[in-house]
Design a protein around this ligand. Structure first.
Ligand code: 5RP
Length: 258
C-alpha cells in the first residue's frame, strides 16, 4: 500500500484552488479545479529536482505543467539537463527553454516525472492516453526514480476502468487485435479525426477495454508475449512516488509505505 502525506492548500509550494466549484449532479470538480490540481501536483514533483540532475520529461497535460515549472526553476538558476518522452514533450521543453538531450545516447536518467491515466493503491498505473507509453516506459525504466503527477480523478481501486493502450506494428494490427480479444478485451483502433492515429514511431495504437483487471502482472506478461505488440500501458513496477492534486491540497504517495 502507498503512504499518504497531505500537504494542505495553504502550505507554501503546494497551493491549489480551494473550495473549487463542483458539479452539483456528480459532486466532481469542474474543469478549473482539475487544472489547478494538475498544476499543483506537477509543481510539487518539480520541487524534488536537484542541481545536476538529468530529468525525464513526461507527456500529457499534467506533465506539461511540470515542464513549465521546471523551465521556471531553470530560469531562476537551477542547472539540469533533460530527455523527452515524446516529440510533443520535446517541443514543450524547447518552449520552456530546457536543454533536451537525445535519449539514444543515454542509459540512465535521475528522475522521470510523468502523468498517468489511472493509479491504484500499490502505485501501479495505466498510461498511454497520450500515445507515448512506449518511450515513457523506456525512460521510466532508465530512471533511478519515477514520480507520477495526477489529479485526484485518476486514483482507482482496480486498474482497468480506463482503456489500456497498446502500441502495435501496423503489419500486425489484426493479429494482435485478435489475440487481445482472446484475453477478454474489447479492442478499438485509435483514430485521429478520420485517419489512423500514429505514434512518434509511426506505429498504431489499440485501446483495449478489459474492465477491472484482476491480475495486472499476468495480463502484462500475456501482452508482452504477443509478437507485433511493441509496448503496453501497464506500468506495474516503475512508479516510486506520486503527487496527487486534490481540492484540499496535494497528497504524496510512496510505494511500499503503509
Ligand atoms: C501519455 C500519458 C499521459 O501521461 C497520460 O495520458 C496522462 O495525461 P494527462 O495528464 O493529460 O491526463 O500516459 O502517453
Amino acid at each position: 500500500m502507498a503512504h499518504e502525506v497531505v500537504a494542505h492548500a495553504d502550505d507554501p509550494g503546494h497551493s491549489i484552488a480551494q473550495n473549487g466549484a463542483a458539479d452539483v449532479a456528480t459532486d466532481r470538480p469542474l474543469e478549473d479545479d482539475v487544472t489547478a490540481q494538475k498544476r499543483a501536483a506537477a509543481c510539487a514533483a518539480v520541487a524534488e529536482i536537484e542541481d545536476g540532475m538529468l530529468v525525464g520529461l513526461g507527456t500529457g497535460t499534467t506533465a506539461n505543467f511540470a515542464i513549465v515549472a521546471l523551465g521556471e526553476r531553470v530560469a531562476a538558476g537551477l542547472k539540469v539537463t533533460s530527455v523527452a518522452t515524446s516529440l510533443a514533450a520535446a517541443r514543450a521543453a524547447e518552449s520552456a527553454s530546457l536543454e533536451v538531450l537525445p535519449f539514444d545516447t543515454l542509459a540512465r536518467v535521475d528522475l522521470a516525472i510523468d502523468g498517468a491515466d489511472e493509479l491504484d493503491p500499490q502505485l501501479r498505473a495505466i498510461k498511454g492516453r497520450g500515445g507515448a507509453m512506449l518511450r515513457e516506459k523506456i525512460v521510466a525504466a532508465a530512471a533511478t526514480r519515477m514520480i507520477v503527477v495526477i489529479d485526484a480523478r485518476k486514483l482507482v481501486t482496480d486498474l482497468g476502468t480506463a482503456p489500456l493502450p497498446v502500441e502495435v506494428l501496423p503489419f500486425a494490427a489484426r493479429f494482435v487485435s485478435d489475440r487481445i480479444e482472446h484475453l477478454g478485451a474489447s479492442v478499438s483502433l485509435r483514430m485521429a479525426d478520420d485517419t489512423l492515429y500514429r505514434t512518434d514511431q509511426d506505429n498504431i495504437i489499440l485501446d483495449c477495454r478489459f474492465g477491472p483487471i484482476d491480475d495486472p502482472q499476468a495480463l502484462a506478461s500475456a501482452l508482452s508475449a504477443i509478437p507485433g505488440l511493441l509496448g503496453h500501458g501497464l506500468f506495474l513496477d516503475e512508479v516510486d512516488a506520486a503527487y496527487v492534486g486534490r481540492s484540499d491540497g496535494v497528497a504524496r504517495l510512496t510505494r511500499g509505505a503503509s
